[in-house]
Design a protein around this ligand. Structure first.
Ligand code: CP3
Length: 340
């Protein structure tokens, strides 16, 4: 299938593009009334994730409604712990919850490295989405980075500090490495199958990168990201490690094409540290609460700071749930009409 708009793939490969491509992390779900309409008909979040026809529908909504240059498959990073044997619940208005958690080496006995078929609903959703997109824009597949998934599996839910998960690294480093390795192996199988099903690009979300100290990040996160990224071929890989400004320079040596930046990072600094990578980001999601005039101004300033470095425009983290979709459109239009 020939893509009609492959801007994002060319930018990821480091090629010059006629304009900067743009999409938003967490664009599927969260902000669109059209998403809520689908969601409200169902028993819950998991039914949506596990029903390929519905997942495909909400994946394509932002392409139709917002005009983004890529779709991201509607799923969650937490489908992986579940496939390995640790079920999650999505509690309305509160977030994820794991009835069972990992706290000792014995708990690993209940887990297994995935063979792939556990997550066939994701590949089915990808195949269906590709068919329905009909080449309009590329489709991004994704997974959580091993450290971020371990954090949820040990903590059992979201947390401000993830102190149980960090404590685990100090008290049981060997068990932590064992679990991280199981997650990494599972993720390689999972992402290869996403690519086989039609994902044109892959992003790894290390959402809790920034709570580790630099030494722990180098021991417990980066090697597993590299293990995964180095095993994926044929499509460009993006690594987004939120708040890991201290590890930016190390990303230069990771087998990915693109590095995602949160809004704390100075684009000009990142360009110097990562001369051979495409950069993605990094507007503060709160800019979208401002007036259209301010959104245009801030977006132009951001784009100018990336200059002619290969760049994919995005926010510095996922779009916040109470953002006005019309303001998202202002951001997207501002990127599209920007003169390099
Ligand atoms: O980008 C996209 O739009 C694709 C869909 C997607 C979801 N989750 C759907 C979702 C993606 C890429 C994710 C990734 C994800 N999930 C991350 C990494 C990205 C990040 O934001 O740092 C993390 C940490 C999670 C875990 C998770 N899932 C949490 C903490 C929550 C609750 C809070 C919230 O709204 O995000 C979820 C639920 C979730 N995942 C929702 C959506 C649309 C909202 C639930 C609903 O519709 O009921």
């Amino acid at each position: 299938m020939q893509l009609k708009n492959d801007l994002i793939l060319r930018a990821a490969r480091g090629e010059a593009t006629e304009r900067t491509p743009v999409w938003l992390m967490r664009q599927a779900g969260r902000i669109l009334p059209e998403y809520r309409a689908v969601r409200n008909r169902l028993s819950g979040f998991k039914e949506l994730v596990e029903t390929p026809e519905l997942a495909a529908e909400v994946t394509i909504q932002p392409v139709d409604i917002l005009g983004v240059d890529a779709a991201i498959i509607f799923s969650d990073i937490l489908v992986m712990p579940e496939a390995m044997g640790l079920t999650y619940e999505m509690v309305e208005k509160r977030g994820p919850y794991f009835p069972q958690t990992i706290s000792t080496a014995r708990d690993l006995e209940a887990l297994h490295v995935v063979e792939g078929d556990e997550l066939s609903y994701v590949y089915d959703a990808i195949r269906l989405t590709k068919k329905e997109l009909n080449g309009r824009v590329p489709l991004i597949g994704f997974a959580g980075a091993p450290w971020t998934l371990l954090a949820y599996m040990v903590e059992g839910s979201g947390s401000k500090t993830f102190s149980k998960a960090r404590r685990f690294l100090y008290q049981q480093p060997e068990t932590a490495h064992k679990l991280l390795d199981m997650i990494a192996q599972s993720t390689i199988v999972y992402l290869k199958k996403q690519i086989e099903a039609g994902a044109d690009m892959i992003q790894l979300f290390d959402s809790w990168a920034g709570i580790l100290n630099p030494v722990h990040y180098a021991q417990f996160s980066l090697p597993y990201i590299e293990k995964i990224a180095s095993q994926l071929s044929g499509v460009p890989v993006t690594v987004f490690a939120k708040d890991a400004w201290f590890a930016l320079k190390d990303m230069q040596d990771v087998s990915c094409r693109t590095v995602g930046l949160d809004w704390n990072v100075d684009p000009e600094e990142a360009r110097k540290l990562l001369p051979n990578k495409t950069l993605q980001g990094n507007l503060d999601p709160c800019v979208l609460y401002a007036s259209p005039e301010t959104i245009r101004k801030e977006t132009a300033t951001m784009l100018d700071r990336f200059g002619n470095h290969p760049h994919i425009a995005n926010l510095g983290h996922g779009v916040y749930p109470d953002t006005d979709p019309d303001h998202v459109k202002v951001f997207i239009e501002a990127v599209k009409s920007h003169k390099k």
